[in-house]
Ligand binder design. Structure first.
Ligand code: FAD
Length: 485
């Protein structure tokens, strides 16, 4: 053999040794993992299980992760065991509640802990509280509470999990009256990074309580249940839909910017814009006559082409805003799609005319296979803004409205990539020119620069300090988790 052949032979041998070592390390870890999880009572789904691929399909099909195991926990002890295994085997872990993360982060851990079976709801109608398992979806919560005459404030989509939703904020129906979902949390059961079950509230682990309320999504442990303050449902509510021609957009925004924050907090609403239409979607906690009255000036100024006021039961208003029938609201299902979203906040006096135009021009300029909508949720003049920015980790307490801009990627790969790139660069320019610096952590966005500050603002140093105390080994980590420094 020539010296070159020797070198090639030696190189191939070395590669084989390395590959063998890597795969035997993997087998070892798999064996460790399997034996560590042996006492779990729920179902374990490994990559070689026939269900594995289907079990990774949630709301978001654009992003893919390949965890080493999905643990369908049956009990809180299963959650504790899973966290203990992650911690002792030095593996990452993620909790999955409703699977609605915009970057699929609930599947980002090597161990995915699915908590959908932790779905009990116990109502105490004397104390006006409910203990809600963290695996529940919003639809089943609205349904069960409303059967007993109660509600919590939360988002509009019935299939969102309360776990991720409430730990990052939770804005939607009745938000102006009662604030974010997290503003009504009184206490949480948390499995901490060592696998201990602790009770976190304003009297014990107060620093963790602060951190979980806004930065709780897979940063400090897994919440297994929430105790919520609950509110009586009114005898009837009024669902409101006002429709506008897209050419009328400036009038709509003038009315929104000038009148929105002075409307009574019994009304919560959003303005939804797509390429061809504008709709005001709202719910008023009261009668149709009163709803008509409080909106009369808004209607005169904004000039809708049609108006619809529907007085109905509280739960029917939930069905209407969720665009679902009863079954679709209270039972679990996903509507998987490839999508990407951007988040912005705008303070008073609201988006300028140039900002509105820039948004419309962007939406019109996208390929038709990338349908896009923008939803403007009114915060101002309501309970969400009455909480000090440093009282919880949710810092966005002085906003007129939040904007979500969401593009569905329905085209071929090249067109989807083009839409994705266009959305990212528009987002950066739009934020630099027309909106606040901050963004909503529940509309999580992996392509956002300086996301730590944009999501947590002046609360970031406190969150880093709390992370160091409770998760010094960074067991709970994913691409946008609270850093250790
Ligand atoms: C179609 C759609 C509509 C939406 N509408 C609204 C709306 O009206 N208002 C609004 O505010 N938001 C809305 N959102 C955003 C939604 O609040 C977030 O995506 C939220 O994080 C989803 O929570 P989840 O439990 O369903 O998702 P998951 O993907 O299960 O979890 C999201 C994140 O939270 C972590 N997590 C989940 N459960 C726990 C737990 N028990 N303990 C610790 N960490 C946990 C996960 O690891 C992950 O990082 C919407 C999202 C979608 C896709």
């Amino acid at each position: 053999m020539t010296s070159l052949s020797y070198k090639i032979y030696f190189y191939i041998l070395l590669c084989l040794i390395i590959i063998c070592n890597i795969s035997s390390a993997k087998t070892l870890k798999k064996r460790d993992l399997t034996s560590c999880l042996a006492d779990v009572q729920g179902t374990l789904v490994y990559p070689n299980s026939p269900e594995y691929n289907a079990d990774l399909i949630d709301e978001n099909t654009r992003v893919n992760f390949t965890p080493s195991v999905i643990v369908y926990t049956k009990t809180v002890t299963d959650v504790q065991l899973s966290v203990y295994c992650a911690s002792s085997l030095n593996m990452s872990i993620s909790a999955r509640s409703g699977g609605h993360s915009y970057e699929k982060y609930s599947s980002a851990g090597a161990i995915v802990v699915d908590i959908t079976n932790l779905n009990k709801i116990d109502i105490n109608s004397t104390a006006n509280t409910a203990v809600i398992g963290a695996g529940n979806r919003l639809g089943s919560i609205y349904y069960t509470l409303s059967q007993a005459g109660f509600l919590i404030p939360a988002g509009t989509c019935p299939n969102i999990g309360i776990g991720g939703h409430a730990l990052g904020g939770g804005y939607g129906l009745y938000g102006r009256k009662y604030g974010l979902a997290l503003d009504s949390i009184l206490s949480m059961d948390l499995v901490d990074p060592t696998g201990r079950l602790i009770i976190v509230n304003k009297d014990q682990y107060t620093d963790l309580f602060f951190a979980l309320l806004g930065a709780g999504a897979n940063n400090f442990g897994i919440v297994t249940s929430f105790t919520f303050k609950i509110y009586p449902t009114p005898p009837s509510v009024t669902s409101i839909s006002l429709n506008y021609a897209i050419t009328n957009i400036q009038n709509v925004f003038d009315a929104y910017n000038q009148l929105g924050s002075s409307l009574p907090d019994d009304i919560s609403f959003s303005i939804v814009i797509d390429n061809g239409s504008i709709e005001f979607q709202g719910v008023y906690l009261g009668t149709q006559t009163n709803a008509n009255q409080i909106l009369s000036q808004f209607i005169t100024q904004s000039q809708p082409t049609s108006t619809q006021f529907t007085e109905e039961s509280f739960f029917n208003s939930v069905l209407r805003r969720g665009f679902q029938q009863t079954n679709g609201t209270i039972y679990l299902f996903h509507s998987p799609s490839d999508f990407k979203a951007k988040s912005f906040y705008v303070k008073s006096p609201g988006l300028s005319a140039a900002g509105v135009q820039s948004l419309i021009t962007f939406m019109k300029g996208l390929p038709t296979t990338c349908p896009t909508y923008a939803i403007f949720d009114l915060y101002a003049g309501g309970a969400a803004n009455n909480v000090p920015a440093n009282a919880t980790a949710f810092v966005h307490r002085d906003e007129l409205y939040s904007i979500k801009l969401l593009t569905t990627l329905n085209g071929d790969n090249a067109t989807n990539q083009q839409c994705f790139n266009q959305l990212n660069s528009f987002g950066e320019a739009f934020q630099a020119n027309y909106t606040d610096y901050s963004c909503y952590q529940n509309y999580i966005d992996r392509d956002l620069t300086d996301w730590q500050t944009r999501y947590y603002g002046s609360n970031l140093p406190a969150l880093i300090a709390i992370k160091k105390i409770y998760d010094p080994n960074n067991v709970f980590n994913y691409p946008q988790s609270i850093p250790l420094e």
